[in-house]
Write a protein that binds this ligand. Structure first.
Ligand code: FAQ
Length: 317
């Protein structure tokens, strides 16, 4: 006997509540599928667009060693994007559609990558703060309810924690260097601190997706909880470096067992999300240029695959 929609939905929620993973071939509510396509693809796009601000410094890294490490990190981000696009494809959307959404500006990617990397110290700040924030969010996602996404996250987190360390080490070298180098590190922290806090998304009361995403265990912690966790973890790291977090309201709250912090500029956040940040246009132009210039590579790869398929068919006859 065919099950009703209510029965299917109940069984689905029971599986989630029991802590089971949902796999690609399992029944799922349409909204669960769409929410995952949205989140996983935004995440994939963030990894791919995130290569641009760092790529900006590959040719200008201060030593061969720094250059090799940065190049490897940027390549890792490409790999993360590819795992995530593959995870999104298991939900019935094609890679071409996903790229079309990114290139046309329809799809979102993380606000953080619309800020410029003005100095070498920014590469330290991106690793320390941006990867640091990304890990906090992504460790939670290793236990997300959709199997392909959760498994991609396990691998990604291992690499992200290495990225965070290399960023912190760059910042530490500068902070322990000359007065000018220390100033560079401080300037980067000043510019990247608030945008890093915005990476976790709007305040809980303004977050449209959190409630349902918590019910479905897509998210296991809210935007504000993760943001607080990042602040509590990062403030002692800045203190160790002798750098000052640019927030005059930042203060340890003994009662709460957390740092209190000043107001986030949500107008700035929404402005960047809507496409008006310092580098939004530059980022989209770069992605479109890469897509157009890669056309012949995609065509050559397809022609080669066709040729191989034809050869193996001929052999089989
Ligand atoms: N930027 O209801 P919520 C990285 C949008 S990876 C832009 O709270 P949700 C690695 C949100 O999409 C960094 N838009 O949404 C790396 C929604 O709009 P929609 C990326 C944002 O999904 C490091 C609306 O606001 N990580 O850094 C942002 O429940 C270094 C309402 O928001 C991920 O994507 C934002 N910051 O929670 C690479 C992790 N925040 O879709 C290179 C996976 C929110 O309705 C170098 N994603 N919005 O039009 C998530 O965990 C979640 O999607 C959140 C947002 C937490 C980002």
């Amino acid at each position: 006997m065919n099950k009703t929609l209510e029965q299917l939905e109940k069984e689905f929620q029971d599986r989630i509540d029991a802590g089971e993973n949902i796999e690609a071939k399992n029944w799922m509510p349409e909204k669960y599928r769409k929410t995952h396509i949205r989140q996983i693809s935004q995440h994939a796009h963030s990894e791919i667009v995130g290569m641009l601000p760092e790529g900006n410094w590959v040719s200008r890294a201060p030593s061969l060693r720094r250059k090799v490490a940065l190049l490897a990190k940027v390549q890792d981000e490409a790999g993360h994007g590819l795992y995530l696009y593959s995870a999104a494809e298991t939900l019935g959307i094609s890679r071409d559609e996903l790229f079309e959404q990114l290139n046309s500006g329809k799809a979102k990617y993380s606000s953080i990558f619309n800020y410029p990397t003005l100095s070498w110290a920014d590469i330290g700040a991106v690793g320390w703060l941006v990867d640091g924030a990304a890990i906090i969010n992504q460790v939670m996602l290793t236990r997300t309810s959709y199997g392909p996404y959760a498994r991609a996250m396990v691998r990604i987190c291992k690499e992200e924690s290495f990225h965070q360390r290399q960023g912190y080490e760059i910042t530490m070298k500068l902070a322990q260097g000359t007065e000018v180098q220390k100033q560079m590190a401080q300037d980067s922290l000043n510019r990247w601190w608030w945008p890093s806090l915005m990476m976790f998304g709007p305040r809980d009361e303004e977050s449209t997706h959190t409630e349902l995403s918590m019910k479905w265990k897509i998210k296991r912690k809210s935007n504000d909880e993760l943001r607080q966790q990042f602040i509590d973890q990062t403030v002692p790291q800045a203190e160790f470096l002798g750098l000052t977090i640019p927030d005059k309201d930042l203060k340890w709250n003994e009662e709460r067992g957390h740092y209190d912090f000043g107001p986030i500029d949500w107008d700035e956040f929404w402005n960047v999300v809507k496409g008006n940040g310092p580098c939004n246009k530059e980022r989209l132009n770069a992605r479109n240029k890469a897509w157009d210039e890669g056309q012949w590579v995609r065509e050559a790869a397809m022609a080669h695959a066709e040729k191989k398929k034809f050869k193996s068919l001929k052999k089989a006859i």
